[in-house]
Design a binder for this molecule. Structure first.
Ligand code: SAM
Length: 312
């Protein structure tokens, strides 16, 4: 990509976030010549900056993020408007902006590097911090409440359904036995000890799935994704484009199923007739970042990109 978009630096001096699959994102949106593209997950604004740098001047971006830190640090740019909100309320956000339709929408899901790196936010099992994990102020519970106040059965359910954690029951039992758990590193230790020693060494950090599960529960990420995706596809005009980058299989499954449904492919075998076609697949097989990108930005390694065009 010729023109380098300026990286926003966080207080630590590290980039706020390095955008994943930036060139591919720009190329999927490049047929758009005018109108508003919604960056539903503005973060460090890297994708937005690339879109503004490389697309026609008649294209504007509406950046949304539920995290006030992301919106606060965003630069002033022509053709960019910003809203601090949850994309699950896209209908209302677009209504407030006077928009009846949009030309494109991008979902780059999950957390930003800034959120992971700020130990005070409590997202990382590697950094000592309070059990918080809220992306914004619009959530009912913190990680502390889930870890320390939920019933063992509910905790088991959260770990197994949002973390696909096969040792959910053992981990939940161990968390309950060690309450109160005050910090991220203490939680990571309790989880590690609950997992059989032979399994601990496989598949990344033993607490990774538990942290993912609690984060998804705190932020209600999966239900927000379903709602945001539905609203976004509904507002796309004919010829409009939706790109979604997911970072784990639960997110990707929601995106894949919704896109397939729009492509007229039934999600299961028992629909009486195929659903109407409103979307065209633009990627074929799901796209992954190349080895160079993963080497330069290890956080890109689990990214999976899907894209569709609205055809009706
Ligand atoms: C992976 S980062 C996006 C990075 C961005 N594409 C960039 O280039 O810097 C995800 C961002 O989405 C935000 N986010 C996640 N879920 C959201 C939701 N439901 N509504 C609004 N923002 C959300 C997070 O706060 C985070 O800042």
């Amino acid at each position: 990509m010729g023109q380098e978009s300026k990286k926003i630096q966080s207080k630590s001096g590290r980039p706020f976030h390095t955008p994943v699959m930036r060139e591919q994102v720009v190329s999927y949106f490049s047929p758009i010549k005018e109108g508003v593209i919604v960056d539903a997950t503005f973060g460090g604004g890297g994708h937005t900056a690339a879109l503004l740098d490389h697309l026609d001047l008649a294209v504007q971006v509406l950046g949304i993020d539920r995290d006030p830190a992301a919106i606060r640090r965003a630069p002033d740019r022509d053709r960019l408007r910003l809203v601090e909100d949850n994309f699950c309320r896209l209908d209302r956000i677009l209504d407030d902006q006077g928009l009846d339709w949009i030309a494109g929408i991008l979902f780059d899901l999950g957390v930003s590097s800034h959120q992971l790196d700020e130990s005070g936010r409590g997202f990382s099992f590697r950094r000592e911090g309070p059990l918080d994990m809220r992306m914004g102020s619009d959530t009912d519970r913190t990680a502390y409440q889930i870890v320390n106040d939920t019933q063992p059965d509910e905790l088991t359910h959260i770990l197994s359904s949002f973390g696909e954690e096969r040792f959910s029951r053992r981990i939940a039992r161990s968390i309950v036995a060690n309450r109160p758990i005050e910090t991220t590193v203490r939680l990571a230790d309790v989880v590690t000890e609950a997992i059989p020693a032979a399994t601990r060494r496989k598949g990344g950090h033993p607490a990774r799935r538990t942290f993912q599960a609690i984060r998804l529960a705190v932020n209600e990420e999966l239900s927000d994704l379903s709602a945001g995706l539905e609203a976004g596809l509904g507002f796309l005009r004919k010829g409009g484009i939706c790109v979604a980058i997911s970072y784990h299989s639960l997110e990707d499954r929601i995106v894949k199923r919704r896109f397939r449904l729009g492509e007229g492919r039934a999600p299961g075998p028992i629909l009486p007739e195929p659903p109407p076609v409103e979307l065209k697949d633009l990627v074929g097989k799901v796209k992954r970042p190349d080895a160079d990108e993963v080497q330069q930005n290890p956080r890109a390694r689990s990214a999976r990109l899907r894209a569709v065009e609205k055809v009706k």
